[in-house]
Every structure is written in C-alpha cells, then in structure tokens.
Design a protein around this ligand. Structure first.
Ligand SMILES: Cc1cc2nc3c(=O)[nH]c(=O)nc-3n(C[C@H](O)[C@H](O)[C@H](O)COP(=O)(O)OP(=O)(O)OC[C@H]3O[C@@H](n4cnc5c(N)ncnc54)[C@H](O)[C@@H]3O)c2cc1C
Length: 433
C-alpha cells in the first residue's frame, strides 16, 4: 500500500485543479479518476470570468484560448425583456469562456501531472479506508488501496466518497427542468456572445465553444419530458426555433453528433468535512445548471480548499478544524446563488414580478453591469435585488395587470414567503453539523 498526503477522487474541474495547487505546495498528491481523458461529461461548458481567472493561474488558459472564442458579451432574455451587457476583461479580470469538457478537463489533468501529482486514470474507487477510530485513512479501489492522511471527494454528484462516509444532504431542491444540448458547425458568431434566457415555458443557453463549434441547449419542463422523449429531434429543433437570435445564427449550420440529455439530477448541499475527509465541487454541492455556475464554483472551491489544506499541513497541526471552517465558508459562499439558480430554472413561464424586475435592470446600464457581477459571483444577488427594487417592481407589476390584483398579490406574497424561509434556513445551516 502506498502513502500520500492527500488522495483525491475525481480529476476534473474540482479534483485536478486542487491536485495541481497542492502539488505546487510540495504535498504528495495522488489523484484518481475512473475516466480516461479526454472524456466527455454532461455540461454546457460556460465558465464565468472568476473561473477563467483561475484557469489562468493554473497555467491552462493560453492553450484553451487557442481553440475557444473568449466570451466578451452576454445577453439575458426574459420574454420581451433583453439585457445586453459587456464582459469587460478590464473589469472582470478575464473574459467568459465556453470550452467543451472534453478539452477543458484534459488540460486540467495534464496540468496536475506537470505539477507533480501522481495521476491515475481508468481507476475506479470503490470506497474509503478507515482506521479503528473511524477516521478515513485512504481509498479502496480495484487496482489496490491508496493510503493518505486526507481523502478528498471530488467525484461529482454520485460521489462514492460522500456515500462511504455517510454524508447527509440538506436544503435539497427537486429538478424543475432537464437539459438537452447539441453542437453545431458552420455558425458565424465571432463576437463571442453568451446567450441565456427564457421564452414562454422554455429556457435556453447558447454560446460559441472550442474547436469551431457552437453549443445550443434548451431546458425542458419536467412535466413535458415525456413529450420531449417521444420526438427528441423535432422537439429540440422546434424549441431552438422559438429562441430569440438562434434561428438566424443556426441558419445553414449542421448539427454534429447527437442531442445530449441529462435526466436525473437534484439540487443539494452535503455535509462536506469529517475526520480525514472533505468534499469539493459537485460531490459537496450541486445547483440548477441554468445559471452556469458549477465549473467556476468548483475552481474557486479548489483554490480556497488548497489554501486551507496547504496551510494546515505546513503548520503540522490538525486538519479537521480548518476543514470544518472551510465547509462553513463553502455554504456561505454558495447559499444565495443556490436560490437564484433554483429560481432561474423553475418550470413554467416567467411572472409579471420577475419580468418587471428584469426590465428595470435592462433599462439601466449600471444595473446591467451589476447583473454581470452577480453572474460572476462577485456580487451577492441581494445587493442587486434590493427591497427597494423589489418594491418598485411589485408596484409596476400591479400597474401592468390592473384586472389581476389577487394573482399579482399572490405572486408577491409567495416571493416574500420564499425569502423569509430562505433567510431562516440560512441561520440553521450551522446547526446541521
Ligand atoms: C447538463 C449540465 C450542464 C451544465 N452546464 C454548466 C455550465 O454551462 N457551466 C457551469 O459552470 N457548470 C455547468 N454544469 C455544472 C458543472 O458541470 C459541474 O458543477 C462541474 O462539472 C463540477 O465539477 P466536479 O469536478 O466537481 O465534478 P465532475 O465534473 O462531475 O467530475 C467528477 C469526476 O469524478 C470521477 N469519479 C466519479 N466517481 C468515481 C469513482 N468511484 N472513482 C474514480 N473516479 C470517480 C468521474 O469520472 C468524474 O471525472 C452543468 C451540469 C450539467 C449536469
């Protein structure tokens, strides 16, 4: 049996980035993944600028920019409301990016090998090893056991590490929609614009990606999923035809490969630290994909976890207490965006209150700028969606539908109720440990 400081299960955005940063700090790191790279995984691949900056720190950005178009503009559409904003490199420190995981994850795996981590691919972990006190001491796999002072589960939504240590889920949310996406060649989009939005009961996301391809995806209401499955091609093509801008962009383009679909997901937080173990990325937390946050979340979490682990190891002290604190930081960091992403992915059509709120943002350049920062996770949603703004939008929503006072009141009441419940739940997070 071999001994490492840290064994990491999962070698994509969370695991490979963490392995690189820890190996650079001189730790003996082993990272294992059951996949062989390059390897696909369900994703629409959009990386927010905060994540792209970390790709720069990891040393993979220049190579990615040789094959992918930097995203310098975003458009968010909500029925007839259109928010157009810049992703200004000066302001955000990086452009946005949409690189297929086939390309991105292979670059991250190469980077952690180059940093000195022991990378083992095609290597499935089956559980964790524990000592007589119940402390995790390594991982078990069909190719042999790996001993380590700390085990990191970076093994995604179906994390074997989370299951083996009995990590409980909390604040779970059911799926509102299922995503379906495909790649196209022959799309002329040199301006590098990310498009995201909702028309009627349909949400969509589209962007140029690497290798000269364009990615376009829709999200289907859960109660329309059987319609989608009964005629996938027709449903998908008809849906794209209803999205603003996309019919013109995709005119003359050719779809490359099948329509990809992901049917089983839900939102959650998981207990993410315990004696000898910690969870990072999707292994510890997953949110609705509509807001395109998971990759940059994984990269930001990997960076902060590397600092926590590196400092604990170099001080020679206890790792458990710092990891518990890191877990608290992860929850605080993810909390507001979790609910914003959940709301963005809700099934059904938009509501008068949301439409009014977004119209207010679209009509004001400063609010549009701030909205870009909310998506970039450097401005809390509550700082943009302030009580004053909500009150103004509510008043206008009443004015928009003078004959439907009760329906509008119910919608506003439900928004306030959600806010109160979420604020209360935030206070109880610390007690779940
Ligand atoms: C359909 C869809 C679209 C999305 N679109 C976006 C988007 O546009 N932008 C965005 O930011 N986020 C998006 N996300 C979320 C994003 O993909 C995830 O948050 C991100 O992949 C998390 O990275 P990770 O490294 O934590 O986990 P993963 O990418 O899931 O990697 C986990 C790795 O662990 C390995 N593994 C699992 N079990 C074992 C085992 N037993 N032994 C060894 N290895 C194992 C797997 O092979 C895998 O390589 C999307 C998600 C979905 C499902």
């Amino acid at each position: 049996m071999e001994d490492f400081d840290v064994a990491i299960v999962g070698a994509r955005c969370a695991g490979a980035s963490l392995a690189t940063l820890l190996a650079r700090r001189g730790l003996r790191v082993c990272v294992v993944d059951k996949a062989q790279f390059p390897s696909e995984t369900p994703s629409t691949h959009v990386v927010q600028p905060c994540g792209v900056r970390i790709l720069g720190e990891l040393g993979v950005l220049d190579a990615l920019l040789e094959t992918a178009v930097p995203l310098n503009r975003f458009t968010m559409i909500n029925d007839d409301v259109r928010i157009d904003g810049p992703i200004d490199v000066e302001e955000f420190g990086a452009p946005g990016l949409c690189v297929r995981r086939l390309t991105l994850d292979a670059a991250l795996v190469d980077a952690c090998s180059a940093a000195g981590a022991d990378v083992r691919t095609g290597h499935a972990v089956t559980g964790v090893l524990k000592d007589a006190t119940g402390r995790v001491r390594g991982v078990r796999s069909r190719d042999g056991d790996i001993n380590a002072r700390l085990v990191v589960g970076a093994d995604g939504r179906k994390s074997v590490v989370a299951k083996s240590v009995g990590s409980a889920e909390y604040l779970t949310t059911p799926p509102g929609r299922i995503p379906a996406w495909a790649y196209f060649e022959g799309v002329d989009d040199r301006e590098g614009r990310l498009r995201i939005g909702r028309v009627g009961d349909l949400t969509f996301l589209a962007s140029p990606t690497d290798g000269g391809l364009y990615m376009a995806g829709i999200a289907v209401d859960v109660d329309r999923v059987s319609d989608f499955h009964s005629a996938r091609d027709t449903y998908f093509n008809d849906a794209l035809a209803r999205c603003p801008d996309l019919p013109e962009l995709l005119d003359g383009a050719r779809r490359v490969g099948p329509i990809r679909v992901m049917t089983d997901w839900h939102g959650y937080f998981r207990q993410s630290a315990g004696p000898g173990w910690v969870l990072v990325g999707d292994a510890g937390h997953f949110k609705d994909f509509t807001a395109a946050q998971g990759i940059s979340d994984a990269l930001r979490q990997a960076r902060s976890l590397a600092a926590t682990i590196g400092d604990a190891f170099s001080s020679g002290g206890d790792t458990d207490a710092p990891l518990q604190n890191w877990w608290r930081w992860r929850d605080r960091d993810a909390y507001e965006m979790y609910w914003l992403a959940t709301d963005m992915g809700l099934p059904g059509t938009s509501t008068p209150l949301i439409t009014r709120l977004l119209r207010g943002i679209a009509d004001d350049t400063e609010s549009t700028r701030l909205f870009g920062h909310v998506l970039n996770h450097d401005l809390a949603p509550a700082k943009l969606f302030t009580p004053r703004r909500l009150l103004a939008a509510s008043a206008r929503a009443f004015a928009d539908r003078p004959g439907q006072i009760w329906a509008t009141s119910r919608e506003i009441g439900s928004a306030i109720g959600n806010d109160i419940r979420r604020t209360r739940a935030r206070r109880t997070i610390g007690q779940l440990r």
